[in-house]
Design a protein around this ligand. Sequence first.
Ligand SMILES: C[S@@+](CC[C@H](N)C(=O)[O-])C[C@H]1O[C@@H](n2cnc3c(N)ncnc32)[C@H](O)[C@@H]1O
Length: 258
Amino acid sequence: MKPDIDDLLKQVQERVKSSWQDVQDAANTTIRVEVAKGLAKAFLEQARPYEQNAELARLLDVGLIHKAAFIQKPPYLLQFYLRLLFAFAEAPRRILEIGVKGGGSTALWKALFPSATVIGLDIKLRRWLASTSDGVRYIESDQTDTARLRQLAEEYGPFDLVIDDGSHRSEDQEITLRALVRHVRPGGVFVIEDTHAAGGTFWGDFIASLGIRFRGGDKPDGAGAALAWDLSPRIDDLIISNRVIALRIGDKDHGPAS
Ligand SMILES: C[S@@+](CC[C@H](N)C(=O)[O-])C[C@H]1O[C@@H](n2cnc3c(N)ncnc32)[C@H](O)[C@@H]1O
């Protein structure tokens, strides 16, 4: 039977497309991992590498690599992490990041702490994360799926470090924090990024109310205050930075000041 030329052409197109995707996936993984290793050495000075490097910009232009393969955290945030992570008595061994985009930040955690188990969760995983060799375990899930979070924590926790860089909606951030706070080991840290993003007063109220709680004052109204009251027995330190807060989890309830 004479092959149908349209069919043949279609097959060729499919093959080219799937090998082009394989090449893109491999390129995105290589870039992520190599950039992360470079950042691990001197990540204080790094900005988005493709804005400074013509070769990388060219690879982006031709569509071989994708911007999402680069870490999304700006230098001021990386500096915050530097201060935070190197204050740990021991290197973190179990890390969970919620919201990974193309895996730039999870590749960085793995480069900084090679023996750690790093879990990355996202509502929609980028294609190249399915076949990645970056040593990170990627899981597709919504950060508000508390049953899934519990299951994950039972399998991989207790965590030394949890980072919420997901939807940046305070309602979601609260659900995730309430579900996971008991799965952070004493001395571990829970970081919430972009606490300003949703607008509103939730995190501002949380921060102010925790202060009131610690000095033995009366509970203010509102959802942020309710969260502060509920979590205060578990929190040793509240670290506030620009657009990000970190809660260090304690092992004793010191109670409010008397
Ligand atoms: C800012 S990006 C993460 C950037 C990455 N952590 C980094 O620093 O390179 C936010 C990610 O959160 C994911 N996301 C948004 N809503 C989510 C949800 N409800 N549950 C889980 N992930 C979510 C998005 O798909 C996106 O990939």
